[in-house]
Design a protein around this ligand. Structure first.
Ligand code: HEC
Ligand code: HEC
Ligand code: HEC
Ligand code: HEC
Ligand code: HEC
Ligand code: HEC
Ligand code: HEC
Ligand code: HEC
Length: 495
C-alpha cells in the first residue's frame, strides 16, 4: 500500500470512528433529555386550541403552564377538561368545538373519582353555604348596603365560594356576548372559593388548591397554598405554622423536602418538617392521601365553645367517623417523626388549653350573652346593633379561636399574647363591664326582674373558682404560693 493509500485509509477509518462516537453521544444525550423531560402529547382535537392560544393576547399562559404539567405528558389536553355537552348550561361554540370555561370538580372526576368523592364529603365542599351565618350579616348588612354585596363578593366568597350564576335576558334565557360566550354574573365570577356552588351542582373548585394550569402536587404541598384562606385575625393557621418549629424547619430545609416526589410519604420521602398538607392530607406508611381535611381532626375550634368534631353529627343521628379515630389518624402522622409519649403529652397540653378556654371564658360569656338576649336587655332580632355583640364576637371569633388554634399547631405567641391574654383582657375589662352596664340600664328602664336574672347569673359566675380571684377571694394556699413565687422572681433582679 502506498503512503498515500495508507493515509487515506486512516482518514476514512478515523472519520467513521468519529461519526460513530458522535452518533452514540447524540443518542445518549437524547435519552438523558427524555428521562429529564417527557414528551408532550398534543392530540389532533387539541391542536387548534394549543396553536391559537399560544399567540400573544389569547390567554397564552394557559398553554405555557399546561405544557409544564403532568397532564400534558399524559395527553390530557384542553378539550379533556373544557369540552362540554350540548346540554351543559355553560357550553358555547368556540372555533367549531363545544366548550365551557368553567371546569368543575365534576369535570375532573371523570379521571379523579377518589379525590372527587373525598372532597365532596369534606367540610371544604360545604364552605359556600355560609348564608345565614353571623359573619354573613356582617358582610351583607353591617359592612354592605342594599345595592349588592360587594364586600361579600370580593371578601367572603373568594375564600368560601360563590354560587356561580349567569346574566339572563328578559325571557330568562342566558345572555351571550358578541362571540356567543355565556356571560357569567360578575358578582359570582371569577371565583375559586373552596366551596363554590357550580352550575352542574358539584361543590367547590379543585383549582382552589391546584392552581391552573400547572395542576401540580408540589405546589399544593406548600403551606402558602393553604395560606390564601387560612390566615388573618380569626383563623391564623398560616401565621401559627410559620412561627412554629415545623415552619422554621420547613423554611430551612425546603430543598430536602422532595416536594415533587410521588408518592410523598412522611418519614420516608422527607424528614425535616411537616407542611399543612403532611398533617391534614398526605400519605403516611399506614394512610393514603385524603381529600377530606376533617379526617384527622378531633375538636372543632371554630364555634364560641369548642366541641368534639363528631358531636353535631351524633346529635343529628348521622353516621360519622368518631373523633378518637380521627385523632389517631393525625397521631399516625406525628409518630413518623416523634415518640408516642411526646405526641400524647402534646395532646394533653392541647386538650387542657381548649378546656380552659371553654370553661373559664367561652361558656360563661356565651351564657351571659344569651341571657341578655332572652331577657330583652339587648335586642334579639338585630345583630351587631349592641356594643356587647361586637365585644362577644371578638372574644370567641377572633381571640378565643387564636388561642385554641395556636395551641393545636404549636404557635405559643398565638396561644398567649394574641390569644388567652386578649381573651382575659376582653372578658374582665370590656365584656363584664358592659354586662354590668346593661343590668344598670335595664333597671333604669323598668326591667328590674330581667336585670335581676342576669345579675344572678353574673354573681354565680364571678364566685366560681375560675373568677373569684378578682375579688381577692383566692384560696389561702394558692395565695401564699403565688406570693412566694413573686418574691423569688424579684430576687433574680436584685442579686
Ligand atoms: C383561532 C383561535 C382560537 C382557537 C382555535 C381556540 N381559541 Fe379559545 N379563545 C380564543 C380567544 C381570542 C379567546 C378570548 C380571549 C380573551 O377574551 O382575551 C378565547 C377564549 C377561550 C376561553 C375563555 C372563554 C371566556 O371568556 O370565558 C377558553 C376556556 C378557551 N378559549 C378554550 C379553548 C379551547 C379548549 C380551544 C380548543 C377546543 C380553543 N379555546 C380554541 C382563541 C381561540
Ligand atoms: C386539567 C384540566 C384543564 C386543562 C387540561 C386545561 N384547562 Fe383551562 N382551565 C381549567 C380550570 C379549572 C380553569 C378555571 C375555571 C374554573 O375555575 O372553573 C381553566 C380556565 C381556563 C381559561 C380562562 C382562564 C383565565 O384566567 O382567563 C382559559 C382561557 C383556558 N382555561 C384555556 C385552556 C387551554 C387553551 C388549555 C389547553 C392548553 C386548557 N385550558 C387546558 C382546567 C383545565
Ligand atoms: C381526561 C382525564 C383527566 C382529567 C379530566 C383531569 N385529569 Fe388530572 N390527571 C390525569 C392524569 C392521567 C394524570 C397523571 C397521573 C400520573 O402522573 O401518573 C393527572 C394528574 C393530576 C394531578 C397530579 C399532578 C402531579 O404533579 O403529579 C393533579 C393535581 C390533577 N391531575 C388534578 C386535576 C384537576 C384539578 C382536574 C380538573 C380541573 C383534572 N386533574 C382533570 C387525568 C385527568
Ligand atoms: C381569607 C379567607 C376568608 C375570608 C375572607 C372569610 N372567611 Fe370564613 N372562614 C375561612 C376559613 C379558612 C374558615 C375555617 C377556619 C377554621 O376551620 O379554623 C372560615 C370559617 C367560617 C365560618 C365557620 C364555619 C363553620 O362550619 O363553623 C363561617 C360561618 C364563615 N367563615 C363565614 C364567613 C363570612 C360570612 C365571611 C365574610 C364576612 C368570611 N367567612 C370571610 C376563610 C375566610
Ligand atoms: C385543600 C386543597 C386541595 C383541594 C381543594 C384539592 N386538592 Fe388535590 N391535592 C392536594 C394536595 C396537598 C395534594 C398532594 C397530596 C400528597 O402529598 O401526595 C393533592 C393531590 C392530588 C392528586 C394526586 C393524587 C396522588 O395520590 O398522587 C390529584 C389527582 C388531585 N389532588 C386531584 C384533585 C381534584 C380532582 C380535586 C377537586 C375534586 C382536588 N384535588 C382538590 C390539595 C388539594
Ligand atoms: C380557597 C380557600 C381555602 C383554601 C385554599 C384552603 N382552605 Fe381549608 N378551609 C377553608 C374554609 C372556608 C373552611 C371552613 C369550611 C366550613 O366550615 O364551612 C376550611 C376548613 C378547613 C379545615 C377544617 C375541616 C373540618 O372538617 O372542620 C381544615 C383542616 C383545612 N381547611 C385545611 C386546609 C389545608 C391543609 C389546606 C391546604 C392544603 C386548605 N385547607 C386550603 C378555606 C380554604
Ligand atoms: C404538625 C402537624 C400540623 C401542621 C403542620 C398543620 N396542622 Fe393544622 N392542625 C393540626 C392539629 C393537631 C390540629 C388539631 C386537631 C384536633 O383538634 O384534633 C389542627 C387543626 C387545624 C384546623 C382546624 C381548626 C378548627 O377550626 O377546628 C385547621 C383549619 C388547620 N389545622 C389548618 C392548617 C393549615 C392551613 C396549616 C398550614 C398553614 C396547618 N394546619 C398545619 C396539625 C397540623
Ligand atoms: C416530618 C417530621 C415531623 C412530623 C410529621 C411532625 N413533627 Fe413535630 N417536630 C418536627 C421537628 C423537626 C421539630 C423541631 C425539633 C426541635 O425542636 O429540634 C418538631 C417539633 C415539635 C414540637 C415542639 C415544639 C417546640 O416549640 O418545641 C411539638 C410539640 C411537635 N413537634 C408536635 C408534633 C405533633 C403533635 C405532630 C403531629 C400532629 C408533629 N409534631 C408532626 C418534626 C415533625
Amino acid at each position: 500500500m502506498s503512503l498515500l493509500a495508507k493515509q487515506i485509509t486512516i482518514a476514512v477509518l478515523s472519520f467513521f470512528l468519529l461519526s460513530a462516537l458522535l452518533v452514540v453521544g447524540y443518542v445518549e444525550s437524547k435519552k438523558r433529555m427524555a428521562g429529564h423531560k417527557e414528551e408532550i402529547i398534543i392530540s389532533k382535537d387539541n391542536e387548534g386550541c394549543v396553536e391559537c392560544h399560544s399567540q400573544a393576547g389569547n390567554a397564552r399562559s394557559a398553554v405555557a403552564q399546561w405544557k409544564e404539567s403532568r397532564h400534558a405528558v399524559k395527553g390530557v389536553g384542553c378539550l379533556e377538561c373544557h369540552g362540554a355537552e350540548a346540554t351543559d348550561i355553560d357550553q358555547f361554540e368556540h372555533y367549531k368545538k363545544r366548550i365551557a370555561t368553567i371546569v368543575s370538580p365534576k369535570d375532573c372526576s371523570k379521571c379523579h373519582k377518589k379525590e372527587f368523592t373525598e372532597f365532596q364529603r369534606s367540610h371544604h365542599a360545604q364552605a359556600g353555604k355560609i348564608i345565614g351565618s353571623l359573619d354573613n350579616v356582617l358582610a351583607e348588612v353591617v359592612e354592605g348596603n342594599n345595592r349588592g354585596n360587594a364586600a361579600a363578593v370580593s371578601g367572603c366568597w373568594q375564600c368560601h365560594g360563590s354560587k356561580v350564576e349567569f346574566l339572563r335576558n328578559g325571557d330568562g334565557s342566558i345572555l351571550k356576548d358578541k362571540n356567543g360566550i355565556p356571560v357569567i354574573d360578575p358578582k359570582t365570577w371569577p371565583n375559586t372559593g373552596i366551596g363554590r356552588i357550580n352550575p352542574d351542582g358539584s361543590l367547590g373548585s379543585c383549582a382552589a388548591c391546584h392552581n391552573r394550569h400547572y395542576f401540580s402536587v408540589a405546589q399544593a404541598r406548600e403551606p402558602d397554598d393553604c395560606g390564601k384562606c387560612h390566615m388573618g385575625p380569626d383563623h391564623p393557621q398560616y401565621e401559627i405554622y410559620r412561627e412554629s418549629k415545623h415552619g422554621i424547619n420547613f423554611m430551612a430545609h425546603k430543598d430536602e423536602m422532595n416536594l415533587d416526589a410521588k408518592p410523598w410519604v412522611v418519614g420516608k420521602d422527607y424528614f425535616s418538617a411537616p407542611t399543612c398538607a403532611s398533617c391534614h392530607m398526605s400519605a403516611t406508611p399506614n394512610q393514603d392521601v385524603t381529600h377530606d381535611v376533617g379526617e384527622r381532626i378531633s375538636w372543632t375550634l371554630r364555634p364560641p365553645v369548642s366541641e368534639k368534631i363528631d358531636a353535631k353529627d351524633l346529635k343529628a343521628g348521622k353516621d360519622t367517623v368518631p373523633w378518637q379515630e380521627r385523632r389517631s389518624n393525625m397521631q399516625d402522622v406525628c409518630h413518623q417523626c416523634h415518640s408516642k409519649q411526646y405526641v400524647s403529652d402534646f395532646y394533653a397540653q392541647y386538650d387542657n388549653l381548649v378546656t380552659l378556654y371553654n370553661e373559664k371564658f367561652g361558656i360563661p360569656a356565651t351564657r351571659l350573652y344569651k341571657k341578655l338576649r332572652s331577657t330583652g336587655l339587648i335586642t334579639a332580632d338585630v345583630n351587631f346593633d349592641d356594643e356587647i355583640e361586637w365585644t362577644y364576637f371578638y372574644l370567641w371569633h377572633h381571640e378565643g379561636r387564636r388561642a385554641r388554634m395556636g395551641a393545636s399547631m404549636m404557635g405559643p405567641d398565638y396561644t398567649q399574647w394574641h390569644g388567652m391574654y386578649e381573651v382575659a383582657h376582653n372578658f374582665y375589662t370590656k365584656f363584664l363591664p358592659e354586662v354590668r352596664h346593661l343590668i344598670k340600664k335595664g333597671k333604669e328602664e323598668g326591667k328590674a326582674e330581667e336585670a335581676a336574672q342576669v345579675q344572678e347569673m353574673l354573681d354565680e359566675i364571678m364566685q366560681s373558682d375560675n373568677h373569684k380571684w378578682i375579688q381577692g377571694n383566692m384560696d389561702p394556699e394558692e395565695k401564699a404560693a403565688r406570693k412566694k413565687a413573686l418574691l423569688e422572681f424579684k430576687k433574680r433582679y436584685t442579686q
